[in-house]
Design a protein around this ligand. Structure first.
Ligand code: KIV
Length: 327
């Protein structure tokens, strides 16, 4: 249409102008035509570019990053928070794609990845290795990393140094510390560097040698009162969320009501703001650990065992590789 309009105008100009002027008119019109083409090109390019940007923006919008603030809003809206542990890139990628809100690089890696009896032997270097692998697989979830035993208790400067290493060397978003009033100085010092801290009360596996067993905690009124106080104290120190492990459901509900920050339970009943499980337990990779609170969503131990046994049989019988599986 634009072209047709222009050529009609050119004919009209030719009829009006004397021949000497024609060359000049043509040149002017050609210039106009060229300018129009340039304008048309710019308009088309801009519209393509803005569509492209909008598309990108909408893709970014659909991947809304989970931040500590998002978790706080979820609690306000009554939306439950899902959290699972992960220790490597491939699993973390699946968890993130599935839509889990928080991925915890737990020091339970000491048990399920390294085969230790307790969480005590795992080192800061080990945790950094696991956390950096997890972060590489995650686009949306909030990644929280456990500070391992011996890297924060009793020395808030060391706590800050450990947390800084985690943040610098892994790209994670927060750290988790076990304990109540006795670690407030560490919590506050870490927070002073702008590092979000998640608390952990109830059964705290790093103190296993103090308690001697993994039984349910805070059944007695005295311990329950201390736990409620500790929750308020670490909230006041600035923790953005609190994990409650293996305590009576009613007590966990009371704590969740008494603090503004999200409370995430493991073996702490349904009246909290979210749930966390150890991935290897809930997928049934690990079959030796069967506490009452654990729901198994799969029996990966059996699945993997079956697949590996079929592979062994195929290798032995020369069924693998077949003609299609070779070059
Ligand atoms: O290390 C871990 O996996 C944990 C969860 C049990 C909360 O701290």
């Amino acid at each position: 249409m634009l072209r047709a309009g222009l050529s009609m105008k050119l004919c009209h100009d030719y009829q009006k102008q004397p021949p000497v002027m024609f060359f000049k008119v043509m040149t002017k019109r050609q210039k106009e035509l060229k300018e129009n083409r340039v304008i048309l090109f710019i308009v088309l390019f801009c519209s393509f570019a803005s569509d492209h940007c909008r598309e990108n923006m909408s893709t970014q919008k659909t991947v809304k990053l989970v931040t500590t603030h998002v978790l706080y809003e979820m609690k306000l809206k009554g939306e439950k928070i899902s959290m699972l542990t992960a220790y490597d890139y491939s699993m973390a990628k699946i968890l993130d794609e599935a839509g889990v809100d928080v991925i915890l690089v737990g020091d339970s890696a000491s048990n399920v990845m390294a085969g230790f009896e307790t969480t005590l032997p795992i080192t800061l270097e080990n945790m950094i290795y696991h956390a950096a692998s997890v972060v590489r697989g995650v686009k949306r979830a909030l990644v929280v990393v456990d500070l391992p035993f011996g890297t924060y208790q009793g020395n808030s400067r060391e706590a800050l140094a450990s947390a800084i290493r985690i943040m610098k060397e892994t790209g994670a978003s927060a750290v988790k510390l076990e304990g109540g009033r006795e670690i407030t100085e560490s919590i506050e010092r870490i927070l002073s560097a702008g590092i979000p801290v998640m608390g952990h009360l109830g059964l705290t596996p790093q103190s296993i040698h103090k308690f001697g067993t993994y039984v349910v905690r805070a059944r007695e009124p005295e311990e329950a009162r201390k736990l409620k106080d500790d929750a308020r104290i670490i909230e006041k120190s600035g923790c953005f969320a609190i994990v409650l492990e293996k305590i009576p459901a009613s007590l966990a509900g009371e704590v969740a009501e008494s603090v503004k920050v999200p409370v995430i339970g493991i073996g702490a009943g349904p009246m909290v703001d979210g749930q966390v499980l150890v991935l290897h337990d809930m997928l049934g990779i690990n079959t030796e650990f069967s506490p009452r609170f654990l729901r198994r969503y799969h029996n990966l131990h059996e699945e993997i065992m079956g697949a590996v046994q079929r592979y062994i049989a195929d290798v032995r019988s020369l069924d693998f590789p077949n003609e299609k599986e070779q070059y």
